[in-house]
Design a protein around this ligand. Structure first.
Ligand code: GSH
Length: 214
């Protein structure tokens, strides 16, 4: 398996998922402006869509679209999903909300937009994250362990921090919790992003220690 990704792009969710699953995979970064991969290949030849994530399966088939890639990963490696009757549907429901509502709402932040449009986008994202936080069922969206939906959400929470978007308090805690996970730290290190979460991960470790010893 090979993941095409770009640092801090939505493909970080898939990168984390692969590391959480503990499966062997290759990865190659893509310059999204030039559409060249790190080895100099033409990324448009991998997928004409020209965007990440793209996951090349061992069969040679190529999966694109984050919802589909994350759903495939959770089906293939069930620890990345949630069990039960409606388990897969609930994860899909969250993935679709994160992709088509939250992710899409960030677009004015990196396209030429007025300050008013950016302020409107921030208010929309805060409201959407607020709605999503209402379904938090434990330490993570669906309970005690994270699913692929949490990995995608985590990327949105990193973007929120970068663009100064207000997020609900439970998601500040979730971002910290995620930042302290070894797979998340490994993915961030591999993408050259570890400095973004150093303080969060340390804060979480401090909280845990104070909780245990306090
Ligand atoms: N519909 C795609 C969109 C993915 C997407 O927006 N990828 C961004 C990074 S987060 C990208 O590669 N943008 C570069 C481009 O579109 O040229 C999906 O949901 O996977």
């Amino acid at each position: 398996m090979k993941l095409y990704y770009s640092p801090l792009a939505c493909s970080l969710a898939d990168h984390i998922a692969l590391l959480e699953a503990g499966v062997p995979f290759e990865r190659e970064s893509v310059n999204l402006k030039t559409k060249r991969t790190a080895s100099g290949a033409d990324f448009n030849a991998v997928t004409r869509k020209g965007y990440v994530p793209a996951l090349v399966l061992d069969s040679g088939e190529i999966l694109t679209e984050n919802i589909a890639v994350l759903d495939w990963l959770a089906t293939e490696y069930p620890t990345l999903g949630i069990p039960g009757n409606l388990g897969r549907t609930r994860v899909l429901e969250a993935l679709v909300f994160i992709s088509t509502e939250v992710h899409r709402s960030f677009k004015p932040m990196w396209h030429a937009s007025s300050e008013t449009q950016k302020a409107q986008a921030k208010a929309t994202i805060s409201k959407l994250l607020d709605i999503l936080s209402e379904r938090l069922a434990g330490n993570y969206l669906f309970g005690a362990t994270p699913s692929v939906a949490d990995f995608y959400l985590f990327v949105m929470l990193l973007w929120a921090e970068r663009y100064d978007v207000g997020i609900p308090a439970p998601f500040v805690a979730l971002r910290r919790r995620m930042a302290s996970r070894p797979a998340v730290q490994a993915a961030m290190r591999q993408e050259g992003l570890i400095s973004l979460i150093d303080s969060e991960a340390n804060a979480h470790t401090r909280e845990e220690r104070d909780h245990v010893t306090g």
